[in-house]
Write a protein that binds this ligand. Sequence first.
Ligand SMILES: Nc1ncnc2c1ncn2[C@@H]1O[C@H](COP(=O)(O)OP(=O)(O)OP(=O)(O)O)[C@@H](O)[C@H]1O
Ligand SMILES: [Mg+2]
Length: 290
Amino acid sequence: MNQLNRFSLSVLKTRNNLPEIIAVTSGKGGVGKSNLSVNLALLMSRMKKNVLLIDADIHLGNVDLLMGIRPKYSIADVLNGSVPLKDVITKGIGGIDILPAGSAVIEMLNSEDKILQKIGNSFSEFEHEYDTVIVDTGAGVHNSVMSFVVGADKIILVVTPDPASIADSYGMVKVIRNTNQEVPIVMISNMVDTEENGESMFKKMNLMVQRFLNSSLVYGGSLLKDNLIQYSIQKQKPISLFYPNSMPVNSLRMITRRLMKMPITDAKKRDSFFDRFMNYKNVEIQSTNG
Ligand SMILES: Nc1ncnc2c1ncn2[C@@H]1O[C@H](COP(=O)(O)OP(=O)(O)OP(=O)(O)O)[C@@H](O)[C@H]1O
Ligand SMILES: [Mg+2]
């Protein structure tokens, strides 16, 4: 093969193999986003997907804690120019890669477009190595990572039976739909006491969304409140790796399979992760009251 052909083949491969981006978010904090993100990533990896998990929670990034790893660098080191982006990616357990961004995300969002472009360019050099990128975002509509959320291929919205979580989730759907009417929003009912209650919580939320926002949600499944989940988080042992035959992991597996069966954006139509983010970066994410 001559040099030119080899070059165009590699460009083609890069263009056609951009990963699917899944953003995990919630209206209210502490509802189980990070636990879900880590275990989804691990279970997808078991199903032969190459997964990159980005910890983009600006308040308390804790994917590393959940996985019991200590990354050497973070995005902050990329921003000050001391480390190339690729070196920030840490090999997690269970075959997944982790990009710890944490509070440096704010700094990144506020940096000049020139710097962002540079980060974007280095990201696009290796993003085609992944099938899926899971972004664990912070809670709430006011966080600055909303541009990651609305630019995703799928949004996972984690909701618990707590009335504040239900009200804030509805607010979150409203804000997302003000900016992006198309992106599927997959609701996961977490910390419910039965599967039936989880499904009925989804139906109620979906009715409100249909009635008042003229849109709809997709049911992603339920995860029961379970002490083993709490225990595995405390011990920094992701449940899907350390207790693969437990009840919660069965539910997590069902959620993962359901997600993987959902239609995905045509890979050829996908933009690079950073381009999408840049597209929405300057869009006023509209937050409305009521
Ligand atoms: N299904 C569950 N059963 C029991 N406890 C759970 C479950 N899911 C989450 N938790 C508890 O909720 C706590 C918060 O979980 P997690 O850190 O994943 O939430 P989060 O939404 O990422 O929080 P934050 O908004 O602070 O980032 C965990 O420490 C755990 O104790
Ligand atoms: Mg979290």
